[in-house]
Design a protein around this ligand. Structure first.
Ligand SMILES: C[S@@+](CC[C@H](N)C(=O)[O-])C[C@H]1O[C@@H](n2cnc3c(N)ncnc32)[C@H](O)[C@@H]1O
Length: 393
């Protein structure tokens, strides 16, 4: 890991199907690869209870291991599934051709009048639709989505849906990398803009699939849309590798433009994810003095934040307990952990995670610090330049 860190170049993380769709908080694949090689053998099973876009699942697959990923964000599930499912590219190309033909016909026939957001129920319902998307783009995305939804084959449909999801971002008026706001400087998009963006994205994905469909073995990998806090009902695994959600990251909201077009309810997704700030329950202390004192201190400054943080710790502990139950004896769980500053207080996540893991039965064997260039944190408001990997057994 230390060697990888020294020679690491962010551009090198885009090999195989890793580049299919952007996702914040992605693992560096080379690091996951090193961990898999160190702690498992061929045909072992790896679990990632927070698999996100499936980086660990794909790496496991490429290294001939089995892998199970849990994820509650529907977009994460979609990306992870598509990245780890080998497809026959002849079938894929055929489906794309039929779809593009139908798209061109429909877009000629249906005028802007057919796509007044308040009237056309096929346009997803979200506020400021015409500010996020130029009317022509709204119209073309709606036509495209409807045609993709009609594809019979589940895997081929998902592949196209993922390309569609990237198209949504590229054709939007989103002003930032993390798609939180729209820009008032409207971009000008010509007719068929969506068509050409989609065509470019799907051609690139199909080209990559063509090279990798003989290496990826779909049967080895499973992405489950499941809450990591609920019991795990699968056989014991040989290794766990995971990057848990951060407390202060607005996950669902940073995907909202994708979730809208996948017909998902952003608020509902947000409420379900660990780390959400929208918590109603009262503070429950952990009976670990120094952590409880930290929450008490935060409560004096802002009760809502203290409430959410205490829930975050309890949720993470549940996942450690589940992980402990499902990991074979003597095997390793590798967890990424980053400290951060909240209301001027340092939250020592590596130490807190270690306490929670040890209370669940694990033992900390070692921890590695990884320095990250400050510019890598495009989105983080907090002061954070290092991350840790915890190795618990
Ligand atoms: C830091 S991201 C993981 C990214 C992943 N390592 C990758 O390479 O894409 C954490 C993930 O945990 C997911 N998550 C949050 N709460 C969850 C829960 N209760 N059960 C399962 N997944 C959850 C989030 O949706 C997010 O995708």
């Amino acid at each position: 890991v230390e060697e990888i860190q020294r020679f690491y170049n962010p551009k090198d993380t885009q090999y195989a199907t890793h580049s299919f769709h952007s996702y914040p908080g992605k693992f560096v694949p080379q690091i996951v690869r090193a961990l898999i090689k160190e702690y498992t053998e061929e045909n072992d099973t790896i679990l990632d209870p927070f698999c996100g876009s499936g980086t660990s699942l794909l790496e496991a697959n490429l290294l001939k291991r089995y892998a199970i990923g849990l994820e509650l964000n529907p977009l994460g599930c979609l990306i992870s599934n598509v990245k780890t499912t080998a497809l026959d590219t002849r079938e894929l190309r055929k489906a794309t051709q039929i779809l593009m033909r139908e798209f061109k016909q429909k877009q000629k026939k249906l005028t802007l009048q057919d796509f007044i957001p308040e009237i056309n129920k096929d346009i997803p319902d979200f506020s400021n639709r015409t500010k996020w998307f130029n009317p022509n783009v709204l119209r073309e995305l709606t036509i495209l989505k409807k045609i993709i939804r009609k594809i019979d084959d589940n895997n081929i449909r998902n592949f196209h849906l993922l390309a569609f999801s990237s198209t949504v971002k590229e054709a939007s008026n989103s002003s930032s990398l993390y798609r939180l706001t729209f820009s008032n400087n409207k971009k000008i998009f010509p007719t068929l803009h969506v068509f050409y963006v989609f065509e470019k994205i799907i051609s690139r994905m199909t080209f990559i699939m063509d090279i990798h469909n003989k290496i990826i073995c779909s049967e080895r990998t499973k992405t489950l849309k499941q809450d990591a806090r609920s019991g795990f009902n699968f056989k014991k695994v040989d290794c766990i590798i995971t990057n848990p959600p951060s407390f202060n990251f607005d996950f669902a909201r940073s995907f909202k433009i994708h979730l809208w077009w996948l017909d998902e309810d952003v608020n509902l997704v947000d409420k379900k994810l660990i780390g959400t700030k929208r918590v109603k329950e009262n503070i429950t202390y952990l009976s670990i003095d120094w952590i409880d004192n930290l929450i008490l201190e935060l409560k004096k400054v802002r009760e809502t934040t203290a409430r959410a943080l205490s829930k975050y710790f309890r949720d993470i502990e549940k996942v450690f307990q589940n992980s402990y139950r499902v990991l074979k004896e003597g095997r390793y769980c590798c967890v990424r952990a980053n400290s951060f500053i909240l209301l001027n207080t340092q939250i020592d996540i590596p130490r807190i995670f270690t306490e929670l893991a040890e209370r669940s039965g694990f033992r900390l064997m070692k921890r590695i610090k990884r320095n990250i260039p400050r510019k890598a944190f495009i989105f983080a408001k907090e002061d954070r330049t290092e991350e840790y990997l915890l190795f618990i057994k």
